[in-house]
Design a protein around this ligand. Sequence first.
Ligand SMILES: Cc1ncc(COP(=O)(O)O)c(C=O)c1O
Length: 461
Amino acid sequence: MSALPKYQEIYRRFRLAIDQGQFGPGDRVPSVRSLALELKVARGTVETAYQLLVSEGFFEARGQAGTVIAASLPTVSVKPLPVVEPVVRSPLALQMGLPALDAFPRKLWARLVTQQVRRTDADSLAMGDVRGAQALRVAIANYLALYRGVQCAPQQVFVCAGYAGCLTLLCDALQMAGQRCWFEDPGYLHGRQLLTHCGVELVPVPVDRDGLDVAQGIRRDMQARLAVVTPAHQSPLGVALSRERRQALLAWAGEQGSWVVEDDYDSEFRYRGQPLAALKSQDHDDRVIHAGSFSKMLFPGLRLGYLVVPTALVATFERSAQALQQRSAQLLQLTTADFLEQGHFTRHLKKMRQLYAQRHGLLVNALAVHCAGLLRVDEQAGGINLLVRLEVAVSDQAVAEAASAAGLAVQALSVWTLGAHREQGLLMGFTNVATAQQASELALLLRGVIESSSFCDRQVL
Ligand SMILES: Cc1ncc(COP(=O)(O)O)c(C=O)c1O
């Protein structure tokens, strides 16, 4: 309670709640006895507050029926609380990084959640293991062994709140604040922001057709403690890290005693050619920390990801996990474990690969028809985003801003770049473009946006 006399504090709380609309005319308020018990104050204190509210016309005492908020309230008001803007991340047209939200098997998921709830015993209502639910750690280790060629024991698996949670745990465990880390340039914007927030000093390392340029990394900072890479499908350029570069990266980490984070966020979505092996599967010196996320493979609202840490780091990560105490909800972890173990996961991924190949085609065709001469789609073998290069003299940020005003969530590639040479392009998601008609409408909208932005840019010049 505040420094106000107790009865005044109670009076003030009700006045604010009425002002904010939390209580409306006719709503019952707690009985004097129960509120006094709850707040651990004398009954007389609550009675005094209630009497004041009745006398001012905010409450109506109805004898046996209890006390209610008055049918017509006085117009005077207390200072309202500031309205907090909700941070909404609802899907927008062409929003990047989202799986097909309409195609997630929600009924099946609901059934699995219900089964888990029915199985809930008293023990499973407790906090759970800070490293993640054992069933999920086992299911992840089994999946990785079979589908990503990564051999690990469940003790090496740490379940986190998405990749973002993985990076937070990793920064704490490796004490990365003030340490240097190679970061792909261009590279995953949110990863970059999070690492910077954790005090990590990022060393931008260029990416070319073969992925991260390891020789450049060594030239720029041979002794960096960490390298964060997306080997299967570079974010955002979509290239794969070549065999030679993989070997060079692992050799560098082994020689320097540095660590490599493999962000394997969407390796499952490859539409042509062989699936690429995980870097971790080639990591004979145990220098790679493999990171995965269920955000793309299931849905981002689940907030589940995982790290596979080298055996030598398990105890360190356990200590950090204990210190941070960032558990994910048990129910969802166990449901995800069932989803994996019962084979739904691989079936779902197979379906999504087919669907994404089709939706990718819808958007690429629509852009070719409606945006010819304005943009060109970069060829990529997989992933769930599209990178297009602008063929007119206009800045990608000007287009992204205008697109946002038109309701299109395309992003400017230059914002994802750290170094002096800012690559231009537009990034967009195609997984939620469900029909040819929708694809055409979006492409036409984008055409209008690019045309008007290039016109405005010319005016400024
Ligand atoms: C490169 C990259 N890594 C990881 C992730 C997954 O992030 P999270 O698990 O925090 O949703 C994403 C999602 O967009 C991504 O683009």
